[in-house]
Design a protein around this ligand. Structure first.
Ligand SMILES: Cc1ncc(COP(=O)(O)O)c(C=O)c1O
Length: 393
């Protein structure tokens, strides 16, 4: 029997490609992983005790729409963080992390056609890879928009032809962005919301790095929608405890947006989803209600960003990231630099091209490496110094 063609042209995922690039070569020093964006700072101490306290609830099926307590905690956080009033019962939807939500939202909300044509899903390039499989899964056409130095490391959506925007059903926008650490300003969101209204599309705002900022807290899409009086159905935001609370293995996040969007996402998930186990929802409830651990986490990244600025401050093209936990460092060729670094120092980073797609102007990640600042501070310092010596001597 045949296999589907739908995903046949997907390139290998970034990490198998990295293994294929490096694993045939010996590391040139103590191995240091700076390739994967897996948070390594400690998660809050109360996580384990909450799980044991509620362990008996593993004996129950969790409700699809999340517990009322978790939804209330999330709505409370949206209010405190963004000044946004979201109805806990109709506008907030707990998820198993943001990745599945970013995928399933496309299934639930992308129409089959737009103006009689195949709908377009706009995706920043480079990007978090789930956006493209979501577009392909629904038979939409993914269109990759360069997010480069020339465009402030965010896609220039306003600059696209009206014909393309008219065909657009969904725009994925990651702010703070992975990999570049760029933050969409209020003005950027406001313009995008106005375009969404004019050309009738929805915005999926991937805001999972929203709490790892330097300086001022980034504005959020739902916040700007509320402030500008935009239709709440134009935007779905996605948030996670993976980065904010160092709980990537908890698999907990949420979507929030207009009641129409959320109801359709809930309906699909009632059939096909796997809600977060109840004891883990209890942990999530506590994590959204506590800011102390988030501030401490942010401070640890702040120290590492300072170290990065000291080490790379005079490298031409170095741009201190505004948020997130990655450096997006310019090099002549990302794959060659990654291999050289591995062979000469044992430091493992990711070629930027593995996060991008070939596009008419080339792959915008080609001249970059992505460096994750997740290791402890002194390991991070050692790794960054090795990168500096090896690639920018
Ligand atoms: C940009 C971006 N979006 C979404 C995710 C998914 O995170 P999670 O599913 O753990 O919330 C990640 C994880 O690395 C990410 O970098």
């Amino acid at each position: 029997m045949d296999f589907p063609e739908r995903f046949a042209n997907l390139p290998d995922y970034a990490f198998p490609r990295l293994r294929a690039l490096l694993d045939g070569h010996a590391p040139g020093g103590d191995v240091l992983h700076m390739s994967i964006g897996e948070p390594k700072h400690p998660f809050p101490v109360w996580v384990s005790s909450i799980i044991s306290e509620y362990a008996h609830e593993f004996g129950k099926y969790p409700p699809n729409e999340g517990t009322p307590e978790l939804r209330a905690a999330i709505a409370g956080w949206l209010q405190t963080r963004y000044g946004v009033t979201a109805a806990p019962d109709t506008q907030v939807f707990p998820l198993n992390g943001t990745r599945e939500g970013l995928f399933n939202a496309c299934l639930a909300l992308c129409p089959e056609t737009k103006g009689g044509k195949t709908p377009v899903v706009l995706i920043p390039n480079p990007f978090y890879q789930v956006y493209t499989v979501a577009a392909q899964a629904v038979g939409a056409e993914p269109v990759y928009l360069p997010a480069t130095a020339e465009t402030g490391f965010l896609p220039d959506i306003a600059g696209q032809p009206a014909e393309l925007l008219d065909r657009t059903a969904i725009v994925y926008l990651c702010s703070p962005s992975n990999p570049q650490g760029a933050v969409a300003s209020r003005a950027y969101w406001a313009e995008l919301l106005a375009l969404a209204e004019k050309h009738d599309f929805r915005i999926f705002a991937d805001e999972c790095y929203s709490e790892l900022y330097r300086g001022a807290a980034p504005a959020g899409a739902m916040q700007v929608a509320a402030e500008t009086g935009a239709d709440p159905e134009r935007v779905v935001v996605f948030h996670s405890l993976s980065k904010r609370s160092n709980l990537p293995g908890l698999r907990s996040g949420f979507a929030a947006g207009g009641p129409g969007c959320i109801a359709r996402m809930q309906q699909l998930r009632a059939y096909a989803g796997a809600p977060l186990p109840l004891p883990l929802q209890r942990v999530a409830e506590r994590a959204w209600a506590d800011e102390a651990h988030v501030a401490a986490n942010r401070a640890l990244y702040g120290e590492k960003f300072e170290i990065a600025d000291e080490i790379f401050g005079d490298v031409p093209g170095y741009r201190p990231p505004e948020a997130g936990f990655f450096l997006w460092l310019p090099v002549a060729d990302g794959e060659a630099a990654t291999l050289k670094l591995w062979q000469e120092t044992g430091v493992r980073v990711l070629p930027g091209a593995y996060l991008g797609r070939d596009a008419p102007g080339g792959n915008p990640g080609q001249g970059f490496i992505r460096v994750a600042l997740v290791a402890p501070r002194e390991d991070t310092r050692r790794g960054l110094k090795a990168i500096r010596r090896c690639l920018y001597a």
